[in-house]
Design a protein around this ligand. Structure first.
Ligand SMILES: Cc1cc2nc3c(=O)[nH]c(=O)nc-3n(C[C@H](O)[C@H](O)[C@H](O)COP(=O)(O)OP(=O)(O)OC[C@H]3O[C@@H](n4cnc5c(N)ncnc54)[C@H](O)[C@@H]3O)c2cc1C
Length: 236
């Protein structure tokens, strides 16, 4: 296997055209390679500056989970810190988690931050939303968002080998029109549900709005966890 380490977007484009498979830390693909054989060409973005940014409103796809610190909003930092073991977090990347894994613990955090993805395909570099990113799975260069006023992340304890633990992510943003919005994202099994509501200091009004979304169809114990997180973020 030839491993390319491009340092510019044009080199990345060239390697995509040559059919190179993107890899991050290979924490997921390694087992597949060993079982099915190695691809002729692979490409890591670890030397590409655009894929290594880490700041208050941006995160590159080649950043390893272990590096995600308090420069990013709490919701993203907690999500990254909850993933796998220290060994996994030292190798696994943002791109591998959001685009390439099924658990995607970073995704609820990215959803409540209303993050946009910068991607690269045959059309060149462009920005897209997370729904399109997951549907088309182009090469991810990074994600960016607006800093929230406050955010939070809860991941329930899970059993090794058991179903994915329930996750609730929350964030409140000040909107350009002067209002505030609360965004919620839930991982239930392998499904991701979202809700957006105007921020209101009256908890019951917010809970009522959320109950009328898909989240309202979750089992009672899951909804109780969601309600707890809403109360918590509104209090903050
Ligand atoms: C022991 C263990 C525990 C784990 N626990 C959790 C957990 O609690 N929560 C959770 O969310 N995940 C968990 N995971 C999965 C973990 O998130 C993934 O292993 C990791 O995120 C994959 O990242 P990687 O960089 O190693 O990806 P790789 O293995 O290198 O690649 C995985 C896939 O992503 C694609 N890919 C990589 N980078 C990009 C990119 N920039 N653009 C497009 N596609 C790309 C690759 O082509 C490949 O298909 C666990 C894994 C292990 C081994």
């Amino acid at each position: 296997m030839l491993l390319h380490l491009p340092t510019s977007v044009s080199e990345v484009q060239q390697h995509i055209a040559e059919g190179a498979l993107p890899i991050g830390g290979a924490t997921l693909v390694w087992a597949t390679f060993q079982r099915d054989g190695f691809p002729d060409r692979a490409m890591s973005l670890r030397n590409l500056p655009e894929a290594n940014v880490l700041g208050p409103e941006t995160l590159g796809s080649a950043v390893v989970l272990q590096r995600i610190d308090d420069r990013v909003p709490e919701v993203l930092r907690r999500a990254a810190g909850s993933i796998g073991t220290g060994a996994v977090r030292r190798a696994a990347t943002v791109g591998g988690n959001i685009v390439g894994s099924t658990l995607r613990c970073l995704l609820p955090a990215a959803l409540v931050l209303d993050a946009r993805a910068t991607v690269l395909d045959a059309a060149g570099v462009y920005e897209t939303d997370l729904t399109e990113l997951l549907a088309k799975r182009p090469l991810l260069l990074g994600v960016n968002w607006r800093t929230p006023l406050v955010s939070g992340y809860l991941k329930q304890e899970g059993d090794p080998g058991g179903p994915p633990p329930f996750v609730v992510a929350t964030a409140v943003h000040a909107e350009p029109d002067g209002t505030k919005r609360l965004r919620l994202a839930v991982r239930d099994g392998y499904e991701f549900l979202t809700a957006t509501t105007p921020y209101d200091t009256d908890v019951d009004t917010v809970l009522h709005t959320v109950e009328n979304t898909d989240i309202g169809a979750l089992p009672a114990d899951a909804r109780e966890l969601v309600h707890g997180r809403i109360r918590d973020i509104l209090a903050r």
